[in-house]
Design a protein around this ligand. Sequence first.
Ligand SMILES: [Ca+2]
Length: 664
Amino acid sequence: MKKFLAFIYFALIAAANLLPLTIPKAAAAGTNLINNASMETVDPANSNLPQGWSQGNWGTNTTAFSYPATGHTGSRSAKVQISSYTSGDAKWYFSPVAITGGVQYSFSDYYESNVTSDIVAQFDDGTGKYSYVDYGPQAASSSAWSQASFNFTAPATAKYITVFHLINSVGWLQTDDYSLTSQTVTTTPTVSITSPGSNSTVSGTVNITANASYSGAISNVQFMVDGVNFGSAVTAAPYQIAWDTTKLINGLHQISAVVTTGDNQTASATPVSVTVSNASATPGNIIPNPSVETPDPANAKQPQGWSKGTWGANSTTFSYITTDGHTGTHSNKVQMSSFSSGASYWYFTPQPILPNQQYDFKDYYKASVVTEVDAGINMSDGTTQYVYLGATYPDKSNWTKFETQFTTPANAVSISIYHSIYSVGWLQTDDFSLSTYSTVGFQRPVISLTFDDGWESYYKNGVPILNKYGFTSTDYIISGYLGDADYMTKAQVKQLYTMGHEIGSHTVDHPDLTSLSATKLNTELKNSQSTLQTVIGAPVTDFASPYGAYNQTVLNNIKQYYSSHRSVDTGFNAKSNFDVYDIKVQNMVSTTTLAQVQSWVQQAQASNTWLVLVYHQVDSSLNKTSEPYNTYQSDLDAQLAYIKSTGIAVETVKQAIAELTPQL
Ligand SMILES: [Ca+2]
């Protein structure tokens, strides 16, 4: 150690900084980092040494070290005496202590000497690389204890320090009561957004400004918008960045910042919510390259802004079709040749989204199998919430539209949509759209009660309850089941029509219409209509698809015979989403509670929309679990009593369409 110190002190002398000789008195702050600073504790292994202290000298000189039984305070101190001198120096020094780069410190000690002494700090970066700073000569003071002191900022890379209070001529030096303290107590870093203000409204380009503080060096401040890094990290105050708000959709957005210190501590600002309001900004479709007509400049085999997604055990091929699109000539295709688990999908780069906001999603697809549409919503806490948006039925030849509305959760930040295949087959997609949606209602709310299949239990148990409240329904009858056990007879259906109920068609024998040949599909639609018209002696104009299974090919055929199509897609029919060939519903099952029905009715009331309820059997003798598509008489009675109490118009589907379509 002595030898090593000798070598480096030479280097120091050559490059010594010349510091001001008037050394400011150290401010007392923090705790003394030096152990055994007053040297009162004797080294247990060597009674000639204070514990934690070492003797150092180099060069050509004759030096004696001693550990006197006197001191500035207490009863011990350290002394070094040179009796002959040619070169080098000699000193006592404390074991190096840990410090933090960039932090300010104060050093002091007390000394007596009969020659000028010198003080040099040795910094160690933790890898054995040393640097030295000379804090200047100290005048001899042989008759009284003097204090030597100075303040310094630790070099950025410094990890350890010791201080040499040394002599380099014939004479003696006695030292005591060393002190090394951090001038400022180290604090945790803080950062806060100072502009724009919380809950302010911004437009155009504005500056985002932050205040950051730390007792040591600050490395940078990284701004964030909606939880995503925005721009480059700002490395010097003022911490500020220009923000072009016209790049965002209007509405609430969140600004934050993260400060990183020189010693790699980080802290985040409390997010500030601001409302972006740009008059010229049209929210529109937030999906980039929505018709996938633009290839990725870096990879012509995929559309720009789109990625392939797959999980689970399956064999999937992704392709970028350039010869077939719902619009244009490009579309996305994903094909599974084997499947055990998981799903595969093309998805667009997640886009910023507003929390607590209604959105409309739509795309067009062709497929050989049933597929599913889900939203992946990234939340401000870093989690992702998956929301089921619906299923689609296969159609290999005609592009079929999938469309639904949903509301984003609180704390939603960004979104992508996964139209997924999860069985052996193929799925082709195009013309994606995701935009904010506002319900536009009609002049008043309307409710329709619909009963599917033609169950005898409905006729016997349900109709008397409807009569009690003066309601009529729309009954979608399976024409081929008329007169079968548990189903109504032709006479009963005729009786319903005579009582003012509407008779609609639910096919001849309830198949999945998307699975049929063109001929069979046509028969199901045409023959059920003609049979039912013969039964009631009047036109049958409204249709409901079995299982809610339909596609564009089915819809094209339905339109040849019927003026409406009721699905089982859930939703509320409004002016803003009205599609007479996709009448949206709420599905009644055996476990549907009165509270659930009340909330649907209240939503229809609040938004002036058309609520369509789908019932099947009405039979209190059936098990609720094994017969889910059944409603007990007592439940139906309570539901209709509530609807009656609201005074909302209850109309057949035919009546409702007649009232609402002129308002579109
Ligand atoms: Ca396209």
